[in-house]
Ligand binder design. Structure first.
Ligand SMILES: [Ca+2]
Length: 295
């Protein structure tokens, strides 16, 4: 009887959590088909969202490099279109094939995740998207985080730790420093959601890889049409900088309802930055952060 009660309690908890927070399907496995006019060439054309991919070394495997891939049909009739996805070892890709029923003029798209296993040597690798008619080669640059073009964002691809992590979907802490500010991949690995409903504060910390002078932090919270920041975003937080082993509050944000907020402060030399989340909008339940940038 005790076991049954425990099991029922578990089911009740799980059901409640799912009802309270119903995430969108993970973007990593989403496949979108979009219509267009056929060029009538009879070909299947591979498509990539970028002309090269940068895959940093030594990052958390929960936050792999990402690229949009796709396939366009200019066949004369609808068909089952297939594209092979090949990548040079030891890199691994999240899919080896993209296939779908596709009318003429239509495009099929998906997100491809590229993992760099520990021990991979830096250098040039290749990703190939292959249809029966064509092969599209996309160079993959594997390089250390110190050599990334970070556009001045000192947090990019640096190690992240958080006070907790929600387990209903994919909300890894490292996603707040993966260079992707878009909320569209929510629940699919592009944002962090804590695990302690209605318990505050929640913290997420980013190590900067050494002492850096900083004076600005930008925070991007969840903000989509379905999940607007004014209902699901972070409302109140402190920005802290770690100097000489001590955390000091350098900025405070209160009453935020926007998708992003910029904090400027007097320059400080710090080796880590921490966001201390104190409240969210709407149900005031969870912290949902898409990206944190440090300058
Ligand atoms: Ca992100």
């Amino acid at each position: 009887m005790r076991h049954l009660t425990a099991a029922l309690a578990l089911v009740a908890t799980a059901t409640l959590t799912a009802a309270a927070w119903d995430p969108e399907p993970p973007s990593a496995v989403s496949v979108k088909v979009k219509p267009g006019a056929s060029k009538g060439t009879g070909e299947l054309t591979p498509i990539a969202g970028a002309d090269r991919l940068v895959a940093p070394l030594g990052v958390d495997p929960a936050c792999p490099a990402k690229i949009e891939i796709g396939l366009r049909s200019d066949a004369k009739k609808p068909l089952y279109a297939t594209m092979q996805v090949e990548i040079d070892a030891p890199l691994t890709a999240s899919r080896s094939m993209l296939t779908s029923y596709l009318p003429p003029g239509y495009e099929l798209g998906a997100k491809l995740l590229v993992a760099v296993p520990p021990g991979t040597k830096e250098g040039a690798y290749g990703l190939r998207l292959r249809t029966s008619a064509k092969t599209l080669s996309v160079p993959v640059d594997v390089l250390p985080v110190d050599r990334l073009d970070n556009g001045g964002n000192l947090a990019l691809r640096r190690p992240v730790t958080a006070s907790s992590q929600h387990v209903n979907a994919n909300y890894p802490p490292c996603s707040v420093a993966d260079g992707d500010r878009s909320s569209n991949g929510w629940a699919g690995g592009n944002g962090w959601n804590d695990a302690t409903a209605r318990a505050w504060p929640d913290t997420v910390s980013i190590a900067l890889g050494g002492a850096r002078q900083i004076s600005r932090v930008d925070l991007y919270t969840l903000d989509t049409e379905r999940y607007p920041a004014a209902r699901y975003g972070v409302r109140d937080w402190d920005v802290q900088a770690q100097a000489g082993g001590q955390w000091q509050t350098v900025a405070q944000v209160r009453g935020n309802t926007a998708g992003s907020a910029r904090s400027d402060f007097a320059p400080v030399t710090a080796d880590a930055v921490r966001i201390v989340a104190l409240a969210s909008n709407g149900a005031n339940d969870y912290t949902r952060i898409i990206e944190v940038e440090v300058r």
